[in-house]
Ligand binder design. Structure first.
Ligand code: ARG
Length: 459
């Protein structure tokens, strides 16, 4: 018990049950111990521990660390949280005389704010690496299908032919921005160690927060102790990046689900990365993508829950803040289990490039090419759009595709439509003509693939 002095009796079992957080904050135990090592150094440097006392504390903390790793040191049901449990266990290890000195000049409020950051910093790096693996898988598929052509869609309708590689890389760029967001988040968080903020007002013992910060791998300590203990935007921001990444993955997932249908038949899923049905022997289901789509909902939910907990919460620390951990832990856990599976699924997709290419010009997706060809002949775009639209109307009435119109048909629609217009009525001609930066021409897509790869190398 951390606060016996002014209480005549212990907490009721109901309060204990409500208050307890060890079932979810025990995962922070190693970080709490690292914080305690650093704090012991600060106490020693301030002359509040003799060298022997400090050494004994480090020894005791190491013993706890070993016990935690081995699973022999665990919280007791009477422990409220990871901090209380570790203090009790340390005192059992080194005795009250020395163990009781470690709490001086710190509060669970600055402890949790610091070690929660440490945990999230480590896991943001893991998640960033997993996102890069997915970017790699997309880039690998793009490289393999560099010049394969597919129907590009807007409103899910055939729009213009594009390269499959171009489409896949569009997803990769979005994910790379999520990786970048994580790096940006880390830059802010790793310069902001709250140890030394105390409960809210700072500490009076002459401890050096910069020393603790450096020991824990931070580049600086918090400038305002109230902010240090009460702010949780580092949690919501990470939950946002997790939610955004989940949403980005869900957009790929939805396409895989569509592409794997009989109607699309663009992709075949690898046996090891798809599932069967317990009743329908023929089934091959895109469960990984469906779970990705579903889990993006819980990632958004976690972010929403965290923001709702923080809304209008007065300064400084309030116990509401104990609700900050489970949602973001869940977001991290979710991505750490989802991303490897999703990457495996993407890396092993087999594309039916012939079918994609065959469908690419259908639905009059080359109509824009006719209009732009006319513009290159000096026809105003407004007129060109009308003329190309008339071609589509003609084809629709006769149940044919644009390239099946004869020279006479073209001439009857507009005198500007000479037979040269046929040069853009192939999907290859269409994609090659979109050769401005970022466009779908094979040279441009090869260029963006190289650009993406160099960004990945720098990430
Ligand atoms: N376990 C708490 C949390 O996660 C930290 C303890 C602070 N408790 C307190 N009564 N000040 O937020």
């Amino acid at each position: 018990m951390l606060w016996g002095g002014r209480f005549a009796g212990g907490p009721s079992p109901e309060l204990e049950a409500l208050s307890r957080s060890t079932h979810f904050d025990w995962r922070l135990a190693h970080y709490d111990i690292a914080g305690s090592h650093a704090h012991a150094k600060a106490l020693g440097a301030a002359g509040l521990l003799t060298p022997a006392e400090e050494a004994e504390l480090h020894r005791g903390l190491d013993a706890l660390s070993d016990g935690i790793a081995a699973g022999t040191v665990v919280p007791d049901p009477s422990d409220e949280d990871v901090h209380g449990a570790l203090e009790r266990l340390l005192i059992e290890e080194v005795g009250t005389e020395v163990g009781g000195k470690l709490r001086a000049g710190r509060s669970r409020n600055d402890q949790i704010a610091t070690l929660f950051r440490c945990y999230l910093l480590d896991h943001s790096t893991i998640v960033g690496g997993l996102l890069l693996d997915l970017v790699d898988a997309l880039a690998g598929q793009a490289e393999e299908h560099l010049v394969a052509i597919m129907p590009g869609r807007t409103h899910l309708q055939h729009a213009q032919p594009v390269l499959l590689s171009h489409h896949l890389l569009a997803h990769a760029w979005a994910l790379l921005r999520d990786v970048d967001r994580l790096a940006d988040w880390r830059r802010r968080v790793e310069s902001d160690s709250p140890y030394g903020s105390g409960a809210l007002a700072g500490q009076s013992l002459g401890l050096n927060p910069e020393l603790v910060a450096a020991e824990l791998g931070f580049t600086g300590s918090t400038a305002n102790s109230i902010d240090g203990t009460a702010s949780r935007d580092f949690v919501t921001e990470l939950a946002f990046v997790a939610a955004q990444a989940g949403v980005d993955v869900s957009r790929i997932a939805e396409e895989v689900i569509l592409w794997a249908t009989k109607e699309f038949a663009f992709v075949t899923l690898h046996d090891s990365w798809s599932t069967g049905s317990s009743i329908m022997p023929q089934k091959k289901n895109p469960d990984i993508s469906e779970l990705a789509r579903g889990k993006s909902g819980r990632l958004v939910g976690n972010l929403t829950g965290l923001l709702t907990t923080l809304k209008a919460l007065p300064l400084a620390y309030n116990r509401d803040l104990q609700e900050d951990k489970e949602p973001v832990f869940d977001s991290i856990d979710t991505l750490e289990v989802l991303l490897p599976a999703f990457t495996g699924q993407v890396a092993t997709l087999t594309f039916d490039v012939d079918r994609m290419a065959e469908l690419a010009p259908q639905g009059f997706s080359l109509a824009t090419d006719i209009a732009e060809w006319l513009v290159r002949q000096g026809v105003p775009f407004r007129v060109a759009h009308e003329v190309a639209g008339a071609c589509v109307r003609e084809c629709e009435q006769r149940g044919i595709e644009l390239h099946e119109l004869t020279d006479d048909d073209f001439a009857a629609i507009s005198p500007d439509l000479t037979s040269e217009v046929r040069s853009v009525l192939t999907v290859e001609g269409s994609v090659s003509s979109r050769d401005g930066r970022g466009g779908t021409a094979p040279t441009r897509v090869a260029e963006q693939l190289a650009e993406l790869r160099s960004r990945v190398a720098d990430a």
